[in-house]
Design a protein around this ligand. Structure first.
Ligand code: FAD
Length: 542
């Protein structure tokens, strides 16, 4: 089997054009082509009048022809043997194994995949989460959106499926993945009910409703393999032994109900919003560092404007779907402004997990058919410049702006909002224009500079017109921004060594986004697999 990349065909090509193009590119006769499958399909919309579909294909040729083709194109990076992408387990539980079961804290994508892999290897993990099963959690999450009632243990950030459950479900990332662990994640998602186009779309996404049923299905698989879930179970403290060399070793977990869970291998996959857990880790001397993240707002445009700007007359073509964008600008004040977590045809959601704070984020359904496009418009910040006071200072920084946003929104979980024209002119907004914001429970028109650092306001004012030259009407005066967007990634890193254990706390395996080793659903899931493998190797060695 050989893999051919970068084969471009017009958007409206006939099906038969694909095998014809393969044969032409490889210089072979039609009868030498046995079969082919699409490994990936994206589009190239740089020329809006000539949008192309770009294919990566796995191709089966007659044997002698395949060898000859590979030889003939040996210097061509777009033609090579198809790599073996099958996942191989690195360990398995010994026959009759009866040691302490590994514990996974957090049932987000990282914890879910750590739990799944450990279960598939026969280690029967125990998975703890402070939140509820996903159906119960959905009710609580809607409680904030519909009735302005926040449950601090069960919300957009906490509960089965983790932070990405009510999301656009984008499933791509930029991490290096030489072992094709991302493929394993996507295949498990398909087994759990995801549409199989996620295996070949260049920018796959699932949307919220499907994610809900998928995490339920994965839960059932883990339980069938002997894994166990404990919901509404918050880890409050660690039991640690001091070692002669000054390091410490984990002995177990103190849970919120006062009970103790003995454990000698703990995956800590608590996500970027686990602030009380970060505080507890710091108090217990677990090595933590402050890390960079970003702050800003959500910006909303009618999806039709984005489609038109990206695809011209092809806007609305079924082969293209709702258009996305990705923007970045380096500002005169040394800051970088960029678009974050773009959700075509979706809505802005209330994403706080703490009382008296307002946080924005975005989600969509699989269809991406809602009226507005939204994305974060965020500014990069870092500990040295912006919160140098220690490992937890990034959390204080987030809380400060989230509280100010709560106040600016009217202290009832409405988000503060402003039109772009008013933001650029430095005056508060008093009414909406052409664009209607989607955030629930509501939006209070005001001045967003009340709840953003001055450097971020300056940077965004510089970037908006620049982005407007790349996406027509991006900076239209009636475009609405709501804020604040602070949970872009974890403000801390729970630093780990080459064995995936905490630098100074043996048997604690920090993982995923909260530990600072992932950003997004797919990379968190990949990290969960890697950490599960490290846990399994350590368990077998002990
Ligand atoms: P999380 O998913 O945050 O899971 C952590 C879990 O740990 C939670 O369930 C929490 O309840 C639990 N927990 C925390 N503390 C404790 C404790 N002390 N004891 C027990 N349990 C605890 N990413 C994408 O790639 N694509 C998207 O489209 C996308 N959209 C998003 C939309 C929204 C609204 C949000 C909020 C996030 C979105 N993300 C998206 C980001 C993505 O959700 C995260 O990157 C990902 O969920 C991180 O996975 P994780 O497993 O590391 O942590």
């Amino acid at each position: 089997m050989l893999r051919l990349s970068g084969l471009a065909l017009p958007l409206d090509h006939e099906p038969e054009a694909l095998p014809a193009a393969i044969c032409e590119r490889l210089g072979i006769e039609r009868e030498c082509l046995r079969s082919f499958t699409i490994f990936r399909r994206g589009n190239d919309a740089r020329r809006r009048t000539a949008i192309q579909l770009v294919y990566t294909l796995d191709i089966e040729l007659t044997e002698s022809v395949e060898t000859a083709v590979l030889e003939r194109f040996s210097g061509d990076k777009d033609i090579r043997s198809t790599p073996n992408m099958a996942y191989r387990f690195v360990a398995s539980a010994p026959e009759g194994w009866s040691g302490l079961r590994p514990v996974v804290v957090g049932a987000g994508p990282c914890g879910l995949f750590a739990g799944l892999i450990l279960a598939q290897m026969g280690f029967r993990p125990i998975i703890l989460d402070r939140g509820k099963v996903v159906r119960e959690r959905t009710k609580d999450t809607w409680g904030l959106w519909r009735r302005a009632e926040l449950n601090p243990d069960s919300n957009v950030q906490f509960g089965e499926g983790g932070a990405g459950t009510f999301s656009d479900g984008k499933l791509y990332c930029r991490v290096k993945d030489p072992r094709f662990l991302g493929r394993k994640v996507l295949e498990e998602f398909v087994k759990a009910g995801a549409p199989d186009d996620i295996l070949w779309q260049a920018h796959p996404h699932i949307g919220t409703f499907r994610l809900v049923t998928m995490v339920e299905s994965m839960r059932r698989s883990i339980e069938e393999m002997g894994g166990e879930y404990r919901w509404q179970t918050r880890v409050e403290d660690l039991a640690l032994d001091r070692l002669p060399d000054g390091r410490q070793r984990l002995r177990g977990l103190h849970l919120h109900d006062g009970s103790f869970l003995e454990a000698d291998h703990v995956v800590l996959a608590v996500g970027h919003s686990a602030r009380p857990t970060f505080e507890m880790l710091h108090a217990r001397g677990v090595h933590l560092e402050a890390k960079p993240f970003s702050i800003g707002v959500r910006i909303e445009h009618p999806q039709s404007w984005v489609d038109r700007a990206r695809y011209g007359n092809c806007a609305g073509h079924p082969g293209l779907g709702a258009a996305a964008y990705s923007l970045a600008h380096h500002c005169a004040n040394g800051r970088t402004v960029y678009s974050f977590c773009m959700c075509p045809g979706g809505r802005v959601v209330a994403a706080t997990s703490e009382v008296g704070r307002v946080v924005t984020n975005g989600m969509s359904q699989y269809s991406r058919a809602e009226f507005n496009a939204n994305s974060g418009l965020v500014v990069g910040i870092d500990p040295a410049r912006d919160y140098p006071e220690g490992p937890l200072a990034g959390i204080d920084f987030q809380r400060r702006w989230e509280s100010l946003a709560f106040e600016a929104g009217g202290s009832n979980y409405s988000a503060p909002g402003q039109k772009v024209g008013d933001f650029l002119a430095g005056r508060p907004s008093t009414q909406l224009g052409e664009v209607t914001p989607s955030y629930k429970p509501g939006v209070t028109m005001t001045d967003l500079s009340r709840c953003l650092p001055q450097f971020a306001v300056e940077a965004m004012r510089e970037a908006l017109p620049v982005f407007g030259r790349q996406i027509a009407r991006y900076d239209h005066p009636d475009v609405v921004m709501t804020g604040v967007e602070t949970r872009t990634s974890s403000p801390v890193r729970i630093t780990r060594g080459g064995d995936f254990q905490s630098l100074n706390t043996e048997r604690l395996f920090p993982a995923g986004e909260g530990a600072g080793y992932a950003g997004g659903i797919l990379s968190a899931a990949i990290d969960g697999i890697k950490v599960a493998e490290a846990v399994a190797k350590s368990m077998v060695a002990n």
